[in-house]
Design a protein around this ligand. Structure first.
Ligand code: R5P
Length: 259
């Protein structure tokens, strides 16, 4: 691995702890104005100081993030689908590498839909993107998207993560599941977890805690942070769990959730 690639990865996975707190705010690319992200700039601004990196689309980056902000960018470069469209798995690469470089990204992210109708297309997207990114030292984060019909168990997620890594992904984002250690053990590149749909704060904190304790390199969390009544408190709490080994019980007490 060359210097540029290693340097960019170290901006996302912090070398002092070997872990990452990524803030995911890319949901609008197929969900439109998701709850909590109606005005992305307002959501993102107070959270930036506590995120190691920001995962988003180029539209939100250009329009809602100050270009002077000191935050590594993980740019979503797949899409072309929508929640009301034909099939969620029908994704294409939506950003040229030239534009990603102009936006000074630290990594690019793309979804793969293993087992779905357009599985081949999304895996080919990944392989093509990795081949192109290798030439510029830009790491690729593969997101193992789960179609509605797929079971999020260790058997399926380890299949999807392993395939993504075999095709050259430098990092993989997936879901936490029972026997998560198996997913991490059989995937040769760092694995981060998505938070998934909003759940009670304590459960989301336990999810992050269990994931890192079972081998995840961190989290790429969105809704369980920005849809919380205390988004800043949540990202700080997640940060303490990921980087400082804090327990969910301890950090939960600090949240300001009101009644
Ligand atoms: C999918 O919509 C995106 O890739 C999100 O970034 C991902 O699902 C993580 O966000 P959340 O924690 O809300 O699931």
């Amino acid at each position: 691995m060359d210097w540029g690639m290693k340097n960019r990865i170290s901006r996302i996975i912090k070398p002092d702890t070997g872990r990452a707190v990524m803030l995911a705010v890319d949901h609008g690319y197929f969900l439109g104005p998701t709850s909590g992200l109606e005005e992305p700039g307002k959501t993102i601004k107070p959270l930036l100081a506590y995120a190691d990196s920001l995962m988003l689309t180029r539209g939100v980056l250009r329009n809602s993030v100050d270009p002077r902000a000191d935050i590594p960018i993980v740019l979503r470069v797949s899409g072309g689908n929508s929640i009301v469209g034909e099939d969620l798995s029908k994704e294409a690469i939506t950003v040229s590498l030239q534009d990603a470089i102009r936006l000074n990204v630290s990594a690019v992210a793309l979804s793969v839909y293993v087992g779905s109708k357009y599985e081949h297309q999304t895996l080919k997207n990944l392989a093509d993107l990795v081949s192109e990114c290798e030439g510029y030292g830009i790491p690729v984060l593969a997101v193992t998207a789960v179609g509605r019909e797929m079971v999020r168990d260790a058997k399926y997620l380890s299949l999807a993560c392993r395939i993504a890594s075999e095709l050259g992904a430098h990092m993989v984002k997936t879901y936490y599941c029972e026997d998560f250690e198996k997913v991490v053990k059989t995937c040769p590149v760092p694995v981060v977890i998505a938070g998934g749909k909003k759940i009670p704060e304590k459960d989301a904190l336990k999810l992050a805690y269990n994931a890192v304790n079972e081998g995840a390199a961190g989290v790429d969390m969105g809704r369980n942070i920005f849809q919380s009544k205390d988004p800043v408190g949540m990202i700080k709490a997640v940060r303490d769990i990921v980087h400082k080994k804090a327990t969910p019980d301890k950090v939960y007490k600090e949240l300001k959730l009101g009644k």
